[in-house]
Design a protein around this ligand. Structure first.
Ligand SMILES: C[C@@](CO)(OP(=O)(O)O)[C@H](O)COP(=O)(O)OP(=O)(O)OC[C@H]1O[C@@H](n2ccc(N)nc2=O)[C@H](O)[C@@H]1O
Ligand SMILES: Nc1ncnc2c1ncn2[C@@H]1O[C@H](COP(=O)(O)OP(=O)(O)O)[C@@H](O)[C@H]1O
Length: 289
């Protein structure tokens, strides 16, 4: 038995940190959505009771450090499954880039094994399981658009934002999420207007979404990775409607209403940046298929 599952990347349209919690995590308010840049996860049932990981990317671990491995282990342990699975990861999402590639792979494994092993678990149950793997996995289980609170695992789904183009540029430097959160100075934060962003999405108002983008981790990553500033400048000059770093970075994205301008931005960055993509915003659950 065999199943293919799509694992789309996310971008943070806004990311705010409220305070540092006693458990070491940060209390966040984030508006996230999915984009049409996706890993492909192949699941093959094994008769032997083991989990195998294979990937075409040398930065992706092929053992229990892999979030996809942990997702399979968690499902097996929680529901006493004595079968095995081989997980092949066709990696399209840049690694350690602020695009939740690992979390989305884990979420795809939860959804895929739920189908393959006929567990009949709801997405809400899978999202609860996902929170045990990482803060962004619950969001990735739904794969839609949402306001995420808590440490990121409390999800309120929102409508899909208006369709637009997303240009992504990654300078090819991996950034550790933990390091970025550690270096954030809570007292010096300029908070984005999360409520305004939620309203803009609910109204389907593209211009207002563009006006409200904001990420408190951006100035922190910028210090470690000055390329982020250059990429942002280049995108603005080439005609982006909005420009922001995603998550802990260092990937920068622009939102663009017109395809021709999206490709103008893409062309202006190609020589300068290792990885540049033009993709569509997804933002809705049904598009996972
Ligand atoms: C910053 C964000 C924004 O979407 O994404 P990425 O840039 O990683 O994609 C997330 O908050 C990342 O989520 P995720 O990558 O799942 O984090 P986890 O594995 O749970 O935690 C990694 C480390 O980040 C820190 N962390 C994470 C989440 C949070 N709310 N507060 C934290 O302080 C902790 O130090 C933790 O040890
Ligand atoms: N399936 C996976 N894909 C990518 N990275 C993974 C995976 N599983 C574990 N990792 C580890 O998680 C780290 C963060 O990866 P990723 O999820 O791509 O980035 P981010 O947290 O910035 O969104 C990587 O450095 C990698 O070692």
């Amino acid at each position: 038995m065999y199943l293919l599952e799509k694992a789309p990347a996310k971008i943070n349209l806004s990311l705010d940190v409220l305070y540092k919690r006693p458990d070491g995590y940060h209390e966040v308010e984030m508006v996230m959505t999915t984009i049409d840049l996706a890993d492909r996860i192949e699941l093959i049932v094994l008769q032997e009771n083991k989990i195998e990981i294979e990937s075409d990317n040398r930065f992706v671990p092929n053992d229990e450090r892999n979030l996809a491995y942990r997702a399979a282990q968690l499902i097996k342990d929680t529901y006493n499954i004595n079968k095995g699975v081989k997980i092949y990861i066709d990696k399209q999402i840049p690694v350690a880039a602020g695009l939740a590639g690992g979390s989305s792979d884990a979420a795809a494994v939860l959804r895929g094994l739920n189908t393959l092993w006929n567990l009949q678990l709801s997405l809400d149950t899978l999202a609860e399981l996902g929170a045990k793997i990482g803060s962004d996995v619950s969001f990735c289980v739904y794969g839609s658009t949402a306001l995420s609170t808590g440490r990121g695992e409390k999800i309120k789904e929102l409508p899909a934002p208006p369709a637009c183009w997303v240009v992504l540029a990654n300078p090819g430097i991996g950034v550790s999420t933990q390091t970025i959160y550690q270096q954030l100075k809570i007292d010096h934060i300029q908070h984005p207007d999360t409520e305004g962003m939620v309203d803009a999405i609910e109204q389907g108002d593209f211009q207002s979404i563009c006006d409200k983008v904001g990420n408190v981790l951006e100035p922190v990553t910028l210090k470690l990775c000055p390329e982020v500033k250059q990429i942002k400048q280049q995108m603005v000059e080439a005609g982006a409607d909005a420009v922001l770093m995603s998550g802990s970075g260092p990937t920068v994205f622009s939102l663009v209403s017109q395809e021709s301008r999206a490709y103008r931005i893409y062309n202006s960055l190609r020589g300068f940046c290792e990885q540049v993509y033009v993709v569509r915003m997804l933002g809705g659950r049904t598009e996972l298929d």
